[in-house]
Structure formats: structure tokens, C-alpha cells
Design a protein around this ligand. Structure first.
Ligand code: GLA
Length: 408
């Protein structure tokens, strides 16, 4: 980072003053509690886009907050109620952004969500327009961050969209130049949020282009999309899972890979596919942002979204993202190291036909384990013992998810 002369002067001046103050006054004992890490574990909540898309209203957000409480999702750890695109209207003569008629009073809405013990998120982007063609934050970053803070917003999803055109116009045919512009644009909002006076989770949405995992943490990003948009079908879930291998080293407390929001309960995903989707987002230490129709959530979907054992894998405080250890035909074996020396193992059957890769024999040796391993099957709740070479039968698109408390 290049430091400008006035900034350098300010830093040196501040250091000198501080040093002087320390020599002339008796040192006061500092009692600063450590600042809690924002998004110390992957954010959990619900986002309006996957179900409501551009139709979302204030009432839908209030209903979602109510439902998060009444369904037990809040108790299971879901906290954020996030408004996605299409809440925005135009700016006034002072550049202040207004909400459209579907969101008559954002402060009142935020107060309502907070009154339920939940937090609220909002959406914008670095370009002139959002993906839905609504007003975004270009040249108004500080003003918008302050506006969000004044409303009581706790989370911002910042979606690249039309900034692509800005980059292309400013640095035509210059990939490196365009990347610099993009990072600068995200940095601007990261800084604006930091100086807004309110802790606001910063979620970067630029679909994983230009390896955001390499630069987003340094500019204040708490999570960054590592893929294009998820869709509520198996192909999309499968593609996303495959794209995540290799990204584990970039995740950790305060900064997470984001394979996009959950589609659990949406589209034509079967129960097995919903289970695998949720299991793998937990293995990947992914943000768990449900996107389903909460008032009409089926019991089987609620059971998936509120499975506390699976959520505990996702929220494990070590923050070590799981990795793909090996594949055997259409079966894949993933592992995640957990706090207290525990381990989660997921065996997925990605094949199209039942028993497509069978017989499948589990190799504990490939997982670095020796001898029988006692664990819990997190979808049946039953105790299991895994042994080297044991045959495992998993139906197409389903998963075996096991937590081993003391792997040997
Ligand atoms: C992009 C994002 C989606 C959603 C829409 C809203 O496609 O990736 O998650 O926010 O924009 O317009």
C-alpha cells in the first residue's frame, strides 16, 4: 500500500504526541477489552434473494425475523436477516440514498429485527447500479456506510455488477489495471464501514474472480464469494462443491470463503441433496445464509437447517475449512479438523445412479487414521464405528457425515 504524505505526517505526528504524553503523564492502566472479531465464525442467517428475488418487501423481512424466532432457527444460531437487492430508490440533491416504497422506513425495520434479538443486513455495490439495476454506491461510499450505520445495519453484501463496466471504461484491455480498480473500490467501502462507528460485517460479492481470497481479508472483507450464483438444483450444488477444493487455507476466524447462500428447501433439490448441500457448507466453514420460504418451511427442511450437530461443524471455533482428502470413482471423502482434536468426515456420493461406485470401501489410512474410530452419524444421531476398508453404501447424491471426538 502506498501511504500518502499527509497520512504519513498524521501517523508520525500522532506517534510523537503519544510518546510525549507518555513521558509527561503517569501512565494510565489500559483496560481495553479486546475488540471481538467480527464474523469470528461463519455468519449465519437468512437472505431474501433466493426466495423473494426482486419482490422482497419490508413485511417479508419482518416475517422472516418472526419465523427465525418461532421455528427455532434463531436458537440454532441463525442471526442475520439480510435484505438483498431491490430496496433502493434514488439519491436526493445531497446525495443521500432513499429507500423505495417497499421499504418505507429502514430504521424502523432494523429496530424491529433487533427487537427480536437478531441482526440485519443490507446490499449494495461499488458500481453505479446494482445487479438488479438499482442505485449502488459509486462515489458515495462513505455517505452510504454512514447511512447504514445510522439505520443500525449490521452486515453489508457488496456486489460488483456494474462496476465491471466502470473498470472496462477506465482500463480497457488491461486486466491488471482492472483488478487494481476493483480492489480499490472494495477497499473504499471496507474503509468506509470501518469508520462508520458500527461493526458491520463486510461481504464481498464478485463471484470469485481474481482470487478474492488472496486480497479480501487485508481490505477488511469478512467473507468473499468464491463462486458464481448458486441455483436450487443438484448440478449447481455439485459444481460449487467441486470448485471449493484448494481454498481451505484462506479461511479462518473473521474471514471466510463464501460458496454462496443456501438453497436448502428451494427448487427441486431432494432431501438427500438438501442434506448433502448443508453438510458440505458446514464442512467448508461456509456462511449459512438460508434462502427459503420460512413461513412455509416443511418439517424435514427445518430439521436439516436446524441440525445442531451439523451447525456445530460449520461453527467450530478453530475455523479450519475442510478439504477433499480423496475421491474414489463418484464418491468423495472430505475431512475437517475441529477444536479439541475432533474431526468431521463427509463421504459424498456424487454419482447419478444408485450405488454407482459400489462397493465403496472407506480408507482410514488415507485420512491419517489408524484402527477403529468411534463417532456419531450426524444425520441419524446414532453412534458409528468406522473401520479401515469397511464397505459403505450411500445413495446417489446423499452423504454420510460423521463426527469423531477422538480420532486416532
Ligand atoms: C447477483 C448476486 C446474487 C444477488 C443478485 C441481486 O447476482 O450474486 O447473490 O445478490 O445479484 O441482484
Amino acid at each position: 500500500m502506498r501511504i500518502s504524505a499527509p497520512l504519513l505526517f498524521a501517523v508520525i505526528g500522532f506517534t510523537t504526541l503519544t510518546a510525549a504524553a507518555q513521558t509527561t503523564a503517569a501512565p494510565a492502566k489500559a483496560h481495553h477489552a479486546p475488540t471481538p472479531i467480527l464474523a469470528a465464525t461463519p455468519p449465519m442467517g437468512w437472505n431474501s434473494w433466493n426466495f423473494f428475488a426482486d419482490k422482497v418487501t419490508d413485511k417479508d423481512i419482518r416475517n422472516a425475523a418472526d419465523q427465525m424466532v418461532s421455528t427455532g432457527m434463531k436458537d440454532a444460531g441463525y442471526v442475520y436477516v439480510n435484505i438483498d437487492d431491490t430496496w433502493e430508490a434514488e439519491r436526493d440533491a445531497n446525495g443521500v440514498l432513499h429507500t423505495n416504497s417497499r421499504f418505507p422506513d429502514m430504521k424502523a425495520l432494523a429496530d424491529y429485527v433487533h427487537s427480536k434479538g437478531l441482526k440485519i443486513g443490507i446490499y449494495s455495490g461499488p458500481g453505479p447500479k446494482t445487479c438488479g439495476g438499482f442505485t449502488a454506491s459509486l462515489d458515495h461510499e462513505v455517505q452510504d456506510a454512514q447511512l447504514y450505520a445510522s439505520w443500525g445495519i449490521d452486515y453489508l453484501k457488496y456486489d460488483m455488477c456494474s462496476f465491471g463496466d466502470v473498470m472496462a471504461a477506465k482500463a480497457p484491455n488491461d486486466n491488471a489495471g482492472q483488478m487494481r480498480l476493483m480492489i480499490a473500490a472494495y477497499t473504499k467501502m471496507g474503509n468506509a464501514l470501518k469508520s462508520s462507528g458500527r461493526p458491520i460485517v463486510f461481504s464481498l460479492c464478485q463471484y470469485g474472480v481474481d482470487a478474492p481470497w488472496e486480497w479480501a481479508p487485508a481490505i477488511g472483507g469478512n467473507l468473499w464469494r468464491s463462486t458464481g450464483d448458486v441455483q436450487p438444483n443438484w448440478d449447481s450444488i455439485y459444481d460449487i462443491i467441486s470448485e471449493q477444493a484448494g481454498l481451505a487455507k484462506y479461511a479462518g476466524p473473521g474471514h471466510w470463503n463464501d460458496p454462496d447462500m443456501l438453497e436448502v428447501g428451494n427448487g427441486d433439490l431432494t432431501l438427500a441433496e438438501n442434506r448433502t448441500h448443508f453438510s458440505m457448507w458446514a464442512m467448508l466453514a461456509a456462511p449459512l445464509l438460508a434462502g427459503n420460504d420460512l413461513p412455509n418451511m416443511k418439517p424435514a427442511i427445518k430439521d436439516i437447517l436446524t441440525n445442531k450437530d451439523v451447525i456445530a461443524i460449520d461453527q467450530d471455533k478453530l475455523g479450519h475449512e475442510g478439504t477433499r482428502v480423496y475421491a474414489d470413482g463418484e464418491l468423495e471423502v472430505w475431512a475437517r479438523h475441529l477444536s479439541g482434536g475432533a474431526m468431521a468426515i463427509a463421504v459424498l456420493d456424487l454419482g447419478e445412479s444408485r450405488y454407482s461406485t459400489h462397493p465403496f470401501h472407506l480408507s482410514l489410512a488415507k485420512l491419517g487414521l489408524h484402527g477403529p474410530q468411534m463417532g456419531k452419524n450426524l444425520w441419524t444421531g446414532k453412534d458409528v464405528t468406522l473401520t479401515d476398508g469397511m464397505p459403505i453404501e450411500i445413495e446417489s447424491h446423499d452423504v454420510l457425515l460423521v463426527r469423531i471426538a477422538s480420532p486416532k
